[in-house]
Design a protein around this ligand. Structure first.
Ligand code: RB5
Length: 164
């Protein structure tokens, strides 16, 4: 899974961990870009969650990685962008499953929760995993219907479940 472009973002609390993770991702062969913040001056995580979410949703970047104190705030912000499935995790297993089952396109974690070595393991597991499709695709389709505020489509998918 090389040649993928990964967008990064963090608030001031994630600012110090971000370059460590960016360098690691670069060393794995991915293209990286930093959408800020660019200093440890206090700022607001929604700015960077939104920006990275928009870049990924627009297809300018394949995936995104966002960091704040807990990963929670910045993942909530990213998830407000239609098409974004941001997973806030603090272990490699959840990171991997968020790709395989949820087709997560943004990974979020907290610099106050995980250390740099655990963060690298989380990122490695996430990048190595691939979406399994199959029954999981229907759930992604339901999420997409929600994104589109299309309740009819959501119900149609829900009412046509043949495989659990
Ligand atoms: C900033 O103090 C902190 O609230 C932020 O980094 C993040 O943890 C929010 O979810």
């Amino acid at each position: 899974m090389k040649n993928l472009k990964i967008a990064f973002g963090s608030d001031h609390v994630g600012y110090e961990l971000k370059p460590v993770i960016m360098e690691y991702v670069k060393s794995l062969g991915y293209e990286i870009y930093d959408f800020g913040t660019y200093s440890n001056k206090r700022t607001d995580y929604p700015i960077y969650g939104k920006k990275v979410g928009e870049e990924v949703a627009a297809g300018n970047y394949d995936l995104g990685i966002v960091i704040c104190g807990t990963g929670v705030g910045i993942s909530i912000a990213a998830n407000k962008v239609p098409g974004i499935r941001a997973a806030c995790v603090s272990d490699p297993y959840s990171a991997e499953l968020s790709r395989r089952h949820n087709n997560s396109n943004i990974l979020a974690f907290g610099s106050r929760v995980v250390g740099s070595e655990l963060a690298k393991m989380i990122v490695k597991s996430w990048l190595a995993a691939e979406f399994e499709g199959g029954r999981h695709q229907r759930r992604i389709d339901e999420l997409a219907a929600e994104d589109a505020h299309d309740s009819k489509k959501f119900d149609k998918i829900k009412n046509n479940i043949t495989e659990i």
